[in-house]
Design a protein around this ligand. Structure first.
Ligand code: GLY
Length: 386
């Protein structure tokens, strides 16, 4: 085992300063622990690309009920989380309680959506079936061909960029130490995670370490084999359009649809931004925006809301979702003593940020894994560390 002299030491050392790492750093500092975050660009990460749909009900997948409960728990605390952030920092997070309308464009979509509605009803979730006419009454910009829809009153939205900025500021105000450098090696001493070596050569240590480095979490050199499964990068391309003020209301709520088997969503922000997402591409650590990706998004969005072609297109970008082997997050202590995981949130990183922050802070402060986190234990993938 490596022997080394301690550098700066805090109670908790967080590797990764995206919204997952910053959220839990903030909550942990609020519990009186000293916290350090290492990241070359804290406040960056996938949340800066994401549309920020908070949609545990409309994005529900069959067989993912534990994830649904976690998503609903996070959604329920979102308004307070953002209010608290704004009170602490003076910064707006772009949280909007708009609700979501999921619509069907053809007979196959309608059959799929009505299956989803039946599933919602079996689970006692609040979603209301609408005819095409009723859906268009709610959102007059929808294409005349829309055949039906589901109105989900509690699936909302937040602006991931504003949220990232506010979390970074909240961490600074709460006394979190930020090391703007890359963690290049995990330091293990006496079979316990102890710290990291930074790209600057400096070593920082912590009583407990949290690995929140998204799709690069499992790649940290020095991490013993078998502690974390591979977290795969799943690329999402996304577009940002602007609704000129003269247009008046364009869309009033999140709109989603399945178009040709692909999930499409349009998220209208209060400031006039309209986000259209997202592709789902499994091809490694590539964030190139492609003509094909942009074409698909515009083609499908145009089918759903023809008026989008009039709007200025202001940005195209791509981010990487961190996908675990079962697409659910890894939350809690790992097989390596001293190392806690908060990663693998896949399509739900923005949604799950508040509940992840609360659950991991609770574990770090008390040593007890909260019941809500138990189904997401990293041990479900563990092999003996070597
Ligand atoms: N949750 C939206 C996405 O991952 O595209």
């Amino acid at each position: 085992m490596t022997r080394f002299k301690d550098g700066a030491r805090s109670d908790v050392l967080v590797i990764g300063g995206g919204i997952i790492g910053l959220g839990l750093a903030w909550r942990t500092a609020q519990r009186g622990l000293s916290v350090t975050v290492v990241d070359p660009a804290p406040g960056g990460g996938a949340a800066r690309v994401a549309a920020g749909m908070l949609a545990p009900v409309t994005e529900l997948q069959y067989g993912e009920e534990p994830l649904l409960h976690l998503g609903i728990a996070s959604n329920t605390r979102y308004a307070d989380f953002c209010q608290e952030l704004t009170a602490a920092t003076g910064l707006d997070t772009g949280y909007r309680a708009t609700g979501t309308l999921a619509v069907a464009l053809d007979a196959d979509d309608k059959a799929e959506l009505s299956e989803l509605h039946a599933f919602h009803q079996r689970l006692g979730l609040d979603s209301r079936w609408l005819t095409g006419r009723e859906a268009r009454k709610l959102e007059p910009m929808l294409a005349p061909g829309v055949r039906g829809g589901l109105h989900v009153a509690d699936d909302h939205q937040v602006d991931g960029r504003r949220l990232s900025t506010a979390l970074l500021r909240a961490c600074e105000l709460a006394g979190v130490t930020l090391h703007r450098a890359e963690a290049v090696e995990l330091l293990v001493e006496g079979d316990r995670a102890h710290g990291v070596r930074l790209s600057t050569g400096e070593r920082v240590t912590g009583g407990q370490l949290v690995l929140a480095a998204g799709p690069r979490s499992h790649q940290l050199p020095g991490l013993p084999d078998g502690v974390l499964p591979a977290i795969r990068p799943v690329k999402g391309q996304i577009l940002r359009l602007r609704i000129p003020p003269a247009y008046g209301p364009f869309l009033s709520r999140n709109v989603r649809a399945v178009v040709r088997g692909g999930h499409l969503y349009l998220v209208p922000r209060a400031d006039g931004e309209l986000v259209i997402g997202a592709t789902v591409e499994e091809q490694g650590y590539d964030t190139t925006v492609t003509a094909g990706g942009v074409y698909e998004l515009l083609r499908d969005a145009h089918e759903l809301v023809p008026g989008i072609t009039e709007l200025p297109l202001v940005e195209s970008s791509a981010g990487l979702r961190p996908g675990s082997p079962d697409n659910a997050p890894l939350l809690g202590p790992t097989a390596l003593p001293g190392l806690v995981a908060a990663t693998g949130h896949y399509r739900n990183g923005v949604l799950l940020a508040p509940v992840t922050a609360d659950l991991i802070a609770e574990y770090l402060a008390t040593g007890t894994v909260p019941a809500l986190a138990a189904p997401f234990s990293p041990s479900r993938f563990a092999r003996s560390p070597r």
